[in-house]
Design a protein around this ligand. Structure first.
Ligand SMILES: *[C@@H]1O[C@H](CO)[C@@H](O)[C@H](O)[C@H]1NC(C)=O
Ligand SMILES: *[C@@H]1O[C@H](CO)[C@@H](O)[C@H](O)[C@H]1NC(C)=O
Length: 191
């Protein structure tokens, strides 16, 4: 009987702790999460949807060229150009709609014969339950295709041990300025 009560108290204590921790924890809390919370946690599926604003033009671009090869300008596919981004993510396609985070990272034009971007970025979320949590994306982004699929390689906070798939679709592209709005739909497995 005593053992049952003790076991119940232990379970109650563990489940009373938040399953997700969005801001960075000290190492002891992270260790506790792995030892005590994770074994009882059930993997769940979350669908995220937002729009990314890639601004290359004007006085305040969120996407800037940081490197290129001497031959990149002559390449029909811009092969060798590398851009650093800190793009705003919003709930709707309107840039003035509610912001939910930023996409921070690097993309490089990796295709000699096609517009094929090596995309390496982190979604850094700032809204509600995902505030402070991140998802990491590393993949091939053939930007002229209607849909592009990229892997989620991990995450932090609410997305510890995350895996999943990102689907991106260009919502609009201003050919004059180069600015683009990209729709993102994410299916992510996490705890
Ligand atoms: C997100 O977290 C930061 C840092 O803890 C805090 O300053 C900010 O107010 C939070 N934002 C929201 C929308 O909860
Ligand atoms: C496209 O960009 C150009 C140059 O910045 C701007 O003048 C024009 O208004 C933009 N078009 C749209 C539809 O936003």
């Amino acid at each position: 009987m005593e053992r049952v009560v003790l076991a119940l108290i232990v379970v109650a204590t563990i489940t009373a702790l938040p399953l997700v921790q969005c801001t960075a924890d000290d190492p002891m809390k992270v260790a506790h999460w792995f030892h005590a919370v994770l074994p009882l946690a059930k993997e769940k599926t979350t669908h995220l949807h937002f729009y990314l604003h890639d601004i290359v033009s004007g006085k305040n671009p969120t996407s800037i060229k940081i490197a290129q090869s001497p031959t990149s300008d002559k390449s029909p596919t811009l092969f060798g150009i590398v851009e650093m981004i800190d793009d705003v993510l919003t709930v709707g396609p309107d840039p003035n709609s509610k912001p939910v985070g930023r996409a921070q990272g690097i993309y490089g034009y990796a295709g000699k014969d096609s517009f094929s971007l090596l995309t390496n970025m982190n979604f850094v979320f700032t809204s509600k339950e995902y505030n402070g949590s991140t998802l990491s994306v590393l993949g091939n982004n053939p930007v002229l295709e209607t849909y592009r699929e990229m892997p989620i390689t991990g995450g932090t906070g609410a997305f510890r041990l995350a895996r999943g798939i990102v689907t991106s679709k260009t919502y609009s592209l201003n050919i004059t300025s180069g600015d683009a709005i990209v729709e993102y739909s994410i299916m992510v497995l996490h705890y």
